[in-house]
Write a protein of this length. Structure first.
Length: 202
């Protein structure tokens, strides 16, 4: 019992250290640099913080509008968790992704071609899910993951039993082990899980 407790304590400490490191890597200076760049390019964006979600446009209905500008987030010293934006100009999004990554070293991903999500380098689905699986002694091949966008690539790459949604991006479909028969709108994840369970327990 004592050995199990010590192991659990060490694992929790390790995870906490990695989370703390990820937070440090997404420092205010880098986040502000991203905001300045998006603002200069005329792109409206949303900032997820430890105090809630805020946006530079009223069109993002689930976030509070920053009437006095995005700078107030940094003046109040809120902790930034993620910056995301959408634009019909997909070429501009593609260019900005490359430039922001090169200038800041932050994780710059997309769900689809018209959006961009900027987070700390280790704040990726695949990395965090792998840590959870290791914590519970679950083998990678026992984990089933589903994805539809570019921000799911880290999961697809980490776990062999991977499924790209039927309506997912081309790159995701090419790298996933399987493609679902149904789209998100057709409850593709749920139907696939039921099939897998039926196969395991005929």
């Amino acid at each position: 019992m004592a050995l199990q407790y010590e192991k659990l304590k060490e694992e929790l400490e390790s995870i906490n250290n990695q989370i703390a490191q990820a937070k440090r890597e997404y420092n205010p200076e880098k986040a502000a640099k991203v905001c300045r760049k998006l603002d200069a390019e005329g792109i409206k964006f949303e900032i997820n913080t430890d105090h809630g979600d805020y946006a530079t446009t009223k069109e993002m209905k689930y976030a509070d509008f920053l009437e006095e500008g995005w700078q107030q987030i940094f003046e109040k010293k809120y902790k930034i968790r993620k910056i995301l934006c959408f634009s019909k100009d997909t070429e501009k999004i593609k260019r900005l992704k490359q430039e922001i990554f090169k200038e800041t070293g932050l994780s710059v991903l997309s769900s689809f071609a018209d959006n961009m999500e900027v987070t700390a380098p280790k704040a990726q689905k695949g990395i965090m899910l792998k840590q959870v699986a290791e914590y519970y002694d679950i083998k990678s091949e026992e984990v089933v993951v589903f994805g539809d966008g570019w921000n799911d690539l880290s999961m697809i790459d980490q776990f062999p039993e991977s499924y790209a949604m039927k309506n997912g991006t081309r790159e995701l479909k090419e790298r996933a082990a399987h493609i679902t028969e149904y789209t998100n709108e057709e409850s593709g994840v749920g139907k696939t899980v039921l099939k897998l369970l039926a196969r395991k327990n005929p």
